[in-house]
Design a protein around this ligand. Sequence first.
Ligand SMILES: *[C@@H]1O[C@H](CO)[C@@H](O)[C@H](O)[C@H]1NC(C)=O
Ligand SMILES: *[C@@H]1O[C@H](CO)[C@@H](O)[C@H](O)[C@H]1NC(C)=O
Length: 175
Amino acid sequence: MEAKLLSIALGFFLLFLPQVASVRVELDKEKIAGFWKEVAVASDQNLVLRAQKRVEGLFLTFSGRNITVKAVYNSSGNCKTEKAVGSERDTAGEFAFPGHREIFVLDTDYEHYAILRMSLIWQGRDFHVLEYFTRSLEDEDNPSFWRFRDMTADIGLYLLARHGRCAELLKEGLI
Ligand SMILES: *[C@@H]1O[C@H](CO)[C@@H](O)[C@H](O)[C@H]1NC(C)=O
Ligand SMILES: *[C@@H]1O[C@H](CO)[C@@H](O)[C@H](O)[C@H]1NC(C)=O
């Protein structure tokens, strides 16, 4: 376990080294589908943390090798959604989206938490964000969160507000 965590943490910094692939979970797409609440975001780029659109939750759907990510955010009081359709890469847990965006599933137990790495190339620069999600809207004391905090100890961490109403609407399928 320790070794796995260490390699995940290193994976964040040594993005393009081959060992990163080996730490990713064998992904069961059916099991990771559905609602995820965004709990915390870590990035060494302040720009990312200061983003105007603070995503509260995601809903993942799969169809063959396609993935649809529906994200909900609070835009000055209104819940807005955005959809992106991507496709699975040959490596399990890696998905590519238009606009040089990628999602990697670093760790998940499917039922309680998921740790994803989002990457984006924008204006020739790489941006990476590590994100912690939970299935539940409630604050759960899951040990995986403390591992996430350890992993991201040297990176700027942004904790989301406790209860996002937009996440609730997405979870209930009302949006
Ligand atoms: C995957 O997406 C492509 C492009 O949007 C579409 O043409 C294709 O039918 C989709 N495949 C499945 C299995 O949904
Ligand atoms: C959106 O955020 C504002 C504060 O910026 C808050 O007052 C409002 O209740 C939020 N709306 C929802 C639907 O969560």
